[in-house]
Design a protein. Structure first.
Length: 197
């Protein structure tokens, strides 16, 4: 009996060591999700879009994080909600969008090699959603920013329908020029002009 227990213990320790030592960093291969993602990227390229994954975070103190962004913010105005028709036809999975935006703090200009960082406060569809991913779709002088949400499983709920998000678009993504940026919501979106130098 002791030998069996000792054999099991040695196997578990050895297997754990080998698994942790040789494991590849990052998420594991998910065939269905990865294939669908590749197909989406291919369709976007065919339609002339470049997709960029933005880094997102939920700031603990939204006022302080907005104050650090820039001295001058671009004025933003409300516009019609929903995905642009061409982008909607191209995406395989339709994202769950925020209803609208209470505020946007976005610098009016950025150097081409620097990351573009901005912040927005949005209204979630309901308290059963949480922030998932934010993608940036660039086509010529248009930038569409899609913050998508996912359903919270089980009985859990979000604390509030308001969500403040800090978004970072990697440096070197945007070429110099003037862009019309649209932050897309389901009921209303926000637009502003960005100068990339």
């Amino acid at each position: 009996m002791k030998w069996i227990a000792l054999t099991i213990l040695v196997f578990i320790v050895g297997y754990t060591f080998i698994t942790l030592y040789f494991r590849k960093p990052g998420a594991g291969y998910q065939p269905y999700k990865d294939s669908k993602d590749r197909a989406t990227v291919h369709r976007l390229e065919q339609a002339g879009y470049q997709r960029v994954t933005a880094t997102i975070s939920l700031p603990a103190d939204p006022q302080r994080s907005a104050a650090r962004l820039a001295q001058t913010f671009a004025p933003s105005q409300n516009t019609f909600g929903g995905l642009p028709s061409e982008l909607s036809e191209t995406l395989i999975d339709k994202p769950i969008l925020p209803e609208g935006f209470a505020s946007v703090a976005a610098p009016s200009s950025v150097a081409a090699l620097m990351p573009y960082v901005f912040q927005f406060t949005c209204t979630l569809p309901d308290k059963k959603n949480t922030l998932d991913e934010t993608y940036v779709y660039v086509k010529e002088s248009e930038i569409a920013i899609v913050a998508s949400f996912e359903k919270i499983s089980g009985e859990l709920l979000a604390r509030s329908r308001e969500c403040t998000v800090l978004v970072t678009i990697p440096g070197g993504t945007l070429k110099p020029g003037e862009y019309r940026v649209t932050l897309i919501g389901s009921r209303n979106s926000r637009q502003w002009t960005l100068q990339v130098k």
